[in-house]
Design a protein around this ligand. Structure first.
Ligand SMILES: NC(=O)c1ccc[n+]([C@@H]2O[C@H](COP(=O)([O-])OP(=O)(O)OC[C@H]3O[C@@H](n4cnc5c(N)ncnc54)[C@H](OP(=O)(O)O)[C@@H]3O)[C@@H](O)[C@H]2O)c1
Length: 328
């Protein structure tokens, strides 16, 4: 075994250094990473949800600088326009379009997807990045617990509706890609197929978030399996712990404790860009990545899900959302 891989596997087992900027720094040096800013994405279209803050904001800057046409998908029209203006000024790339979508609302996702289908001719990469943590139990306009609505149901419907555009580039080299931005927090929770919306027991915001992220990863594995014949690849990544407005708002004490060991947004975003752009990454599907290497889906045996459970989750989300993705 490559001694670097062995050292990285040991690092990965020690959660604190792995998820902090120590892990990022060691791996970057150890594996002599390819410089992604030299990769050209000219002619390719990349959609990023949640582009107005944190990791998504950094990702769209980097993708625009690499020459992609960038589709900003967010819920606040003013923030989207501001992001677009800043992005064009910073990168000199005017190929930027805004689409208003609240991922917590089925009607908004469907309307936004319809506008994207009318306006765009191709989609090479869909980055499912938007996310949030809610400290008390809230319900979406459609009656779903809000973490589940925003990070599971909304992205499922958006991906499903945009399949015709993803398919347009599927057989090309590199193939179309889906990148799901999850969280290391998903390791702490199992799939709760019997209580997807956290009705039972006392609600806990970080647990609800981790359950939604666990479900997001399980669905990504299903997308990867079901889209394999179509030549579309799907992978998930988690950023470790990155200092973003999202981290500051949801876990201020944890952010303070991390101090200088928190990753920067650029460091947290690196594997998103790698999965979206690197040639090697286009040949892989169905994995979970941190710092450009595939990682286990589970760390605790009790959280492991079977293939049958993941299929059941797909069917439940399809039934709840009324969406049946056209996979043919
Ligand atoms: N930072 C970390 O250490 C960390 C760790 C693990 C996982 N993550 C994941 O990484 C992703 C990005 O997080 P971040 O830290 O960059 O957070 P952030 O700074 O709060 O950014 C989150 C983005 O998601 C958008 N968003 C939230 N709810 C939405 C909705 N209903 N519809 C549409 N857009 C919505 C926000 O839009 P507004 O600007 O309109 O609010 C914002 O653009 C999330 O999925 C998060 O769970 C982050």
């Amino acid at each position: 075994m490559d001694p670097r891989a062995l050292a990285d596997d040991v690092l990965e087992m020690l959660v604190l250094p792995s998820f902090s900027r120590i892990g990022y720094d060691l791996r970057r040096r150890m594996f002599d990473w390819e410089r992604l800013d030299r990769v050209s994405l000219a002619g390719r279209t990349v959609l990023v949800t949640g582009p107005t803050s944190g990791l998504g904001r950094t990702a769209v800057s980097e993708l625009a600088a690499m020459g992609a046409r960038v589709l900003l998908v967010g819920r606040d029209p003013d923030k989207l326009e501001r992001t677009k203006t800043e992005l064009i000024a910073w990168s000199g790339n005017a190929e930027v379009a805004c689409y208003v979508v609240d991922l917590g609302s089925l009607a908004s996702v469907r309307a936004g997807a319809a506008t994207i289908l009318d306006s765009e001719t191709r989609l090479d990469v869909l980055v499912d990045n938007a996310g949030a943590m809610f400290m008390d139990r809230r319900v979406s306009i459609d009656g779903f617990e809000l973490s589940f609505a925003t990070m599971v149901v909304g992205p499922f419907v958006l991906t499903s509706r945009l399949l015709p555009l993803l398919r347009a580039g599927a057989s090309a080299a590199p193939p179309s890609r889906i990148v799901a931005v999850t969280s290391g927090g998903q390791y702490t929770q199992r799939l709760h197929l019997d209580d997807l919306q956290y009705v039972e027991g006392e609600y806990n915001g970080p647990f609800a978030y981790a359950r939604a992220k666990r479900a997001q990863v399980a669905l990504m594995r299903e997308w990867a399996r079901r889209l394999r014949p179509a030549g579309i690849v799907a992978n998930a990544m988690h950023p470790g712990w990155a200092d973003t407005p999202g981290l500051a708002a949801s876990l201020p004490g944890f952010r303070e404790a991390l101090g200088p060991y928190a990753r920067t947004a650029e460091e947290g975003t690196d594997t998103i860009i790698w999965l979206a752009a690197a040639e090697d990454a286009g040949r892989m599907t169905g994995g979970l990545y941190l710092d450009r290497r595939r990682r286990p889906f589970d760390r605790i045996p009790q959280t492991r899900s079977s293939a049958a459970a993941r299929r059941e989750l797909w069917d439940l989300v399809a039934a709840l959302s009324g969406e049946s993705p056209d996979l043919d």
